[in-house]
Ligand binder design. Structure first.
Ligand code: FAD
Ligand code: ZN
Length: 229
């Protein structure tokens, strides 16, 4: 109770399976007394492109544009665009970040990747030598909750798509751990389109169940071994 949760959600359709997973998380966490904020990226028409427009006012170096340098400088001076500042505030306040999305090409949808590219700027989420366990978002937890088109069998070490953990490496380790955020076990709903209605209801019930004891969970050991051993 009292915990703050930010759910960054990337699906176009509220009636989708992802939409149902979102609804469950909002309802269950709210019921627990958490304060839940949702960034519904498609509904917000969130800008995924990392451009000059993210910096308000004159550039640090207008001769040759460098997005990383410019956003770092703009962050320090309070010159980032309003939409980024708002998202950073939500991240700053959150104890737990939940990412809810359908897997697109072994990765997060572009709109969500754009959120990562634009919101987690240097100076805010990490800095020179302030990375991994020393990252600037220390003390927070994250959870990747996503759906797939392919089956669990396909996403096994011997399966055609390889272990699902290979897909999690860039997201959990490369993004969250890099910024100092600890990572809870991912929540993966395999192939909701291809299973029976009964199985879908079971998967949704499992998410509700997991959320009930979420705050008792220990983060994973987010090291290369977890992904590739
Ligand atoms: P939906 O189609 O919205 O939902 C599935 C079914 O659940 C629907 O019948 C819906 O009505 C039903 N449903 C919704 N809510 C409930 C409820 N409360 N109770 C019961 N039923 C409900 N997959 C991969 O595995 N790997 C990839 O690399 C990959 N790349 C992709 C790239 C692109 C560009 C696209 C478009 C898809 C890709 N996919 C991939 C597939 C994608 O991951 C799946 O289509 C997606 O995860 C399915 O989730 P959804 O929420 O969109 O499902
Ligand atoms: Zn890690």
């Amino acid at each position: 109770p009292g915990k703050k949760v930010l759910i960054v959600y990337a699906h176009q359709e509220p009636k989708s399976f992802n939409g149902s997973l979102l609804k469950i998380a909002v309802e269950e966490l709210t019921k627990q007394g958490c304060s839940v904020t949702v960034s519904d990226l498609y509904a917000m028409q969130f800008e995924p492109r990392a451009t000059r427009n993210d910096i308000v006012g004159p550039l640090h170096n207008s001769e040759a544009f460098n997005y990383g340098v410019e956003t770092w400088e703009a962050y320090k001076r309070g010159h980032l665009s309003k939409d980024l500042v708002e998202e950073q505030k939500k991240v700053q306040e959150a104890d737990l970040l939940i990412f809810q999305f359908p897997l697109f090409w072994f990765n997060m949808p572009a709109i969500l990747k754009g959120w990562v590219d634009r919101v987690l700027v240097q100076g805010f989420a990490y800095d020179l030598s302030k990375i991994y366990d020393g990252g600037l978002l220390q003390g927070k937890l994250s959870l990747f909750s996503f759906t797939t088109g392919a089956s669990k069998e396909m996403y096994s070490k011997e399966g055609v798509s390889g272990d699902i953990r290979y897909v999690l490496w860039p997201m959990q380790h490369g993004i969250m751990h890099f910024c100092g955020v600890r990572v809870l076990e991912p929540h993966i709903c395999y192939a909701p389109e291809n299973v029976s209605e009964e199985k879908r209801k079971e998967m949704l019930a499992a998410w509700t169940q997991r959320l009930k004891t979420l705050w008792k969970e220990e983060p994973i050991d987010c090291s290369p071994e977890w992904y590739f051993k």
